[in-house]
Design a protein around this ligand. Sequence first.
Ligand code: NAD
Ligand code: FES
Length: 304
Amino acid sequence: MALFLFFFLFYKVKTSIISNVYCIKEKRGIEMYKIVSKETLNSAVELMEIEAPFVANKCEAGQFIIVRVDEDGERVPLTIADYDREKKTVTIIYQVVGYSTELLSKKKVGEYVEDFVGPLGMPAPLHKCDHVVGVAGGVGAAPLYPQLRKLHEMGVKVDVIIGGRSAEFVILKEKFEEFCDNVYIATDDGSLGTKGFVTTVLQELIDKGEKIDEVISIGPLIMMKNVVNVTKPLDIPTAVSLNPVMIDGTGMCGGCRVTVGGETKFACVDGPDFDGFLVDFDECMKRQGMFKEEEHECRLKNAQ
Ligand code: NAD
Ligand code: FES
């Protein structure tokens, strides 16, 4: 009986926190979150601008949302790529990689998504300094964009290195060009910019004597780990953004557990941005691979 009461109370408190304390689910009738524009960025990545007044009003660079496409849909965490407080819209950029992102991808302009919960996580810790270099890998350019734009607005000189497997996978180049002093491109196959990884370009900049106060790196874990391998010996502070498996997004399930500076942190509430020098990337990569089988099974089941 006591156990039953405990779980009942836990469920109630959790539900209440999610729906009330965060005050972030602005559902008033099911047609709240209207898709106002949609763009295909490449064969794997799409952009969607969604009407979400509360999130648009409150969110800051570095935070994320959880979207549910329909009533039975799973909760998909996605970083905020942009927001417009006047238009009351939030822009998300997502890779069409699984059942839920495929469902999202099928939605058309003028249609609605069921839930759009946020802003979640901590705003990115952005500091006023002389020169920041952003390093983006693939779709990681999306969460990096609002951070670098904010730094530019703070008067910081901002450069960006964008990496992609080939020219097609380099996203937001023109958007970064609007405010970055220098936009460097690296492609794995050399079809655009430097042939090589983003770390090749970063190392070249450092070798040329570029004075860099901070680096912000967002992309695949192995990329962020290798960026830190370049910056740590030179003591260039480096922020990274982690996106481990997330379930509730409110610090309760433990799914997004990461080790930072020897301490357990939850990316959804303590991050997603962390000091790259302190992140245990090897553990993150191991945990990221843990659910591959379940993800595959879920995809097959949902596709039936
Ligand atoms: P990708 O695997 O195509 O890699 C993009 C670029 O990263 C490459 O072109 C290269 O320049 C660099 N890179 C890759 N491997 C590297 C290595 N070993 N050393 C140095 N640089 C390397 O990227 P993708 O398929 O677009 O995947 C993007 C990743 O970003 C996903 O894994 C996603 O989970 C992650 N992501 C993170 C966040 C976040 O907030 N942390 C947000 C969105 C996406
Ligand atoms: Fe559950 Fe972070 S997603 S604790």
